[in-house]
Design a protein around this ligand. Structure first.
Ligand code: ATR
Length: 274
């Protein structure tokens, strides 16, 4: 069968094999999608071995997305700007192409699965690390009216804003969290890692416009800290990142197999398994 895998370190808890198996079954395809525990000191060797043995595509997760970006022979524009690659595709001539499906996964989850209207929206992105940078191009292409990037270290937010402005005509501003006082947003996306320790960035309590939504790129069996922040501060919807996880996988599957799978039933399956 056609061989694919996800490579990361750690990797045991990756849901990607379950998701891709469900996609393949739905599309009537036979694929073999495994997990690879990558060597932190020799990622390139693991990748080369996989493709030398006939592998057709790899998903890349922490901590290797930046190394994958550096390794590939060519990149999509969204991966170029992301500085990170989560999908490796072997081209017919054997060269490796890198793409990043995280941002389109985020936008599709919000727009297609939940009906968020990006057109005209004022959107706030919290965080300026790899997770925030990874979604920049698709987010700016979503139809939103204005993007503000806020980060604990304001300078990193400014760097991302410059990067975003260079790839889009949408206005992009940047600030520290203190710069958010008096501002209102239709959508606040959490791309900080604060939630990993149960924390929420120090943001004003009245940050959401009437009808405003929150989205946490993290997800878990229990509502995340940022989801709970949204619920407590009047969010019309407070979503976690499980849908984004499945949507980024669906886009990888499409790049490899040429078919875009249905995601709703896979999201429901993972939600029920939590
Ligand atoms: P990732 O790949 O998850 O984005 P990262 O590149 O280390 O990881 O970035 C972590 C992000 O979460 C950064 O934006 C970081 O803010 P700084 O740039 O100021 O370090 C943010 N972050 C982490 N812990 C945070 C906390 N407790 N409160 C607010 N922001 C936090």
């Amino acid at each position: 069968p056609h061989r694919y895998a996800v490579i990361g370190n750690p990797i045991a808890h990756s849901q990607s094999p379950v998701i891709h198996a469900a996609f393949a079954e739905q599309c009537g395809e036979v694929i073999d999608y495994g997990r690879i525990l990558g060597d932190r000191h020799d990622f390139a060797a693991d990748v080369q071995r996989f493709f030398a043995q006939g592998g057709l595509g790899l998903n890349v997760t922490l901590p290797f997305k930046e190394q994958a970006w550096a390794l590939v022979d060519e990149r999509s524009e969204r991966a170029e700007v992301a500085g990170a690659v989560n999908t490796l595709i072997v081209l017919p001539d054997g060269r490796l192409r890198g793409d990043n499906t995280d941002g389109i996964g985020l936008v599709r989850d919000l727009a297609d699965n939940h009906g968020f209207t990006f057109a005209g929206a004022r959107v706030l992105l919290l965080g300026a690390g790899g997770a925030a940078r990874g979604v920049l191009v698709p987010l700016l292409g979503s139809g939103l009216r204005e993007l503000v990037i806020a980060n604990r270290t304001a300078e990193r937010a400014h760097t991302l804003a410059v990067l975003g402005s260079g790839s889009s005509t949408v206005p992009v501003a940047a600030c520290g969290f203190e710069g958010l006082i008096g501002e209102r947003f239709d959508l606040v996306i959490n791309a900080t890692s604060a939630g990993l320790s149960g924390a929420v960035p120090p943001i004003p309590a009245d940050l959401l416009a009437p009808g405003g939504w929150t989205y946490d790129m993290l997800y878990g069996a229990e509502p995340t800290a940022f989801c709970r922040w949204g619920q407590a501060h009047g969010a019309a919807r407070s979503l976690d990142g499980l849908g984004m996880l499945v949507e980024q996988a669906a886009e990888s599957f499409r790049l490899w197999r040429g078919v875009r799978p249905r995601t709703a039933e896979v999201i429901a399956m993972l939600r029920a398994a939590d």
